[in-house]
Design a protein around this ligand. Structure first.
Ligand SMILES: NCCC[C@H](NC(=O)CCC(=O)O)C(=O)O
Ligand SMILES: NC(=O)OP(=O)(O)O
Length: 320
């Protein structure tokens, strides 16, 4: 595997899942694979899980790891071409990227959507420059439009907890005080439509996700109907994807608290599990009792981030 952005990059999901469970049984079995290989992790945005789990996965594989927080200690980077750099940005991404590539074997990048220019975000303008100019395989650690390490960890978690061969999985929008990216729901939808599950998406009108990620999914605008019989409830806020009204891209269209997942919502399900990628704001996305209940999978889900990252880095190392 050269780079990791989309579900297609990992190949057949049954094989990837089997490999994940095998890695989980002994996460140090490939210690030799990463010997004298360096992973450079670049963060344009904050992180807790991605930073720790990806570094841990790389260490399990025997890799060396360098972490750079671009906004804390590095030169501020210009990303546009053709500008006179007389502002606060001291270095251009077009020099910085090949320099970073020269110090490592694999690059992992976190760069969220700016949420002001849909075309810029959905063209993956920033991370595509890493693909083009670093000379290294690039692993997405949440880009403008995708978060595949999260979706893969979610799939592993569902596989470990499902009680039927083809469980019902519901992605539900929930309210938030800030405009958040669509990367997590995009990837979750992309991976769930490729997996062997009955997948339903529910959200208020106007929040339709980009069809390139939702092909094959059922959209049900009535949250109660969508949650009926659900085995897994995957809650997430996202801002307007601008699919039906491009001028609304990145806006908050609803703060409707009736979408917050509380114990009544969970009663509509088939004794379902609650899932969220974290970090989560209690009282907005989910109530304390639901996230603290024995049907909450948020901690196992986060723990599986180490496993998804290890399978992905293993595949990348094998193709170097
Ligand atoms: N990587 C997991 C989610 C990251 C990001 N959440 C956030 O920015 C939440 C920030 C806050 O709640 O203030 C998102 O939704 O894409
Ligand atoms: N779920 C997730 O990616 O968490 P962080 O933003 O803390 O890395």
């Amino acid at each position: 595997m050269k780079s990791f952005f989309n579900v297609q990059d990992i190949g057949p999901l049954d094989k990837a899942l089997a490999e994940a469970l095998e890695v989980k049984r002994d996460r140090f079995q490939y210690q030799q694979l990463g010997k004298n290989k360096t992973l450079l992790m670049i963060f344009f945005n904050n992180s807790l899980r991605t930073r720790l789990s990806t570094q841990k996965a790389a260490m399990n594989l025997g890799m060396n790891v360098i972490v750079l927080d671009v906004n804390a200690g590095a030169w501020k980077l210009e990303t546009e071409r053709g500008v006179i750099m007389d502002g606060d940005k001291s270095e251009h991404l077009l020099e910085a990227i090949p320099v970073m590539g020269s110090y490592c074997d694999v690059i992992a990048v976190r760069s969220f959507a700016g949420l002001s220019d849909r075309e810029f975000d959905y063209a993956e303008t920033i991370v595509n420059q890493f693909v083009k100019y670093s000379g290294r395989p690039v692993v997405a650690m949440e880009t403008a439009t995708v978060h595949p390490l999260q979706a893969f960890a979610d799939l592993i978690t569902i596989e470990e907890h499902k009680k039927t061969a083809r469980p019902k999985v519901v992605l539900t929008w929930a309210p938030h005080c800030r405009a958040l990216p669509q990367a997590v729901p995009n990837s979750f939808a992309e991976w769930m439509t490729a997996a062997d599950v009955d997948f339903v998406i529910t959200h208020p009108e106007g929040y339709e996700l980009d069809p390139r990620f939702t092909k094959g999914a059922t959209v049900e605008y009535d949250q109660r109907k969508a949650l009926a019989g659900a085995d897994f409830v995957y809650a997430k806020n996202w801002s307007c994807p601008g699919v039906t009204r491009p001028e609304d891209y990145g806006k908050i269209l609803s703060s409707d608290s009736s979408w917050t997942i509380d114990s009544e919502h969970m009663r509509w399900t088939n004794d379902g599990y609650f899932m969220h990628c974290l970090p989560v704001r209690r009282g907005l996305i989910v109530t304390d009792d639901v996230i603290e209940s024995d049907h909450s999978l948020v901690i196992p889900e986060a723990a599986n981030r180490e496993i998804s990252a290890e399978v992905v880095l293993k595949r990348v190392l094998e193709s170097l």
